[in-house]
Design a protein around this ligand. Structure first.
Ligand code: AMP
Length: 144
């Protein structure tokens, strides 16, 4: 899907927000939901998505809501570092299929990095063990 187009309310993250699909939740407030990525690029890879939006990407998102979204991203990043004792954190997001985006509801990746451990590919990685994801989510949530 290119940058131009309509928001599809059947996308996976919209379904998660409506409670139609499960997720391994870390944190939720009136503005955002944070949950574990089920194809993690590293141990503890999580996602932050804004609620109540039809923005498919950063370009479509209202500038006056960026502060709350990125405050949540920072909060989660701090908790990830504290909970998982990682050595670095990548904060990233992709806009449009040619840029690597696969789910067309705006989202921000928080990806812990560990010294000397390789990063898994952005796509084509292995699905995570749900018990491991639940454990990581609980540890990150406790560090918020
Ligand atoms: P992107 O490729 O930047 O659009 O990111 C989409 C991300 O969502 C990828 O990292 C996927 O692994 C992840 N993902 C896809 N489906 C789910 C799901 N049901 N629950 C959690 N993460 C998902």
């Amino acid at each position: 899907m290119s940058l131009a187009g309509e928001y599809d309310g059947a996308n996976i993250f919209a379904k998660i927000l409506r409670g139609e699909m499960p997720c391994v939740k870390i944190y939720e407030d009136e503005h955002v939901l944070a949950f574990m990525d089920i194809f993690p690029q590293s141990q503890g890879h999580c996602l932050v998505i804004p609620k109540d939006t039809t923005a498919r990407n950063l370009i479509e998102f209202p500038a006056n809501r960026l502060g709350l979204l990125f405050a949540a991203v920072q909060k989660l990043s701090k908790a990830v570092v504290k909970a998982l004792n990682c050595d670095g954190v990548i904060v990233t997001q992709f806009n449009g299929a040619p840029a690597g985006q696969t789910v067309f509801h705006l989202h921000v990746h928080v990806i812990p990095r560990y010294a000397n451990l390789p990063l898994q590919p952005h796509h084509g990685g292995k699905p995570a063990d749900m018990a491991v994801l639940r454990d990581q989510a609980a540890r990150i949530a406790a560090a918020l």
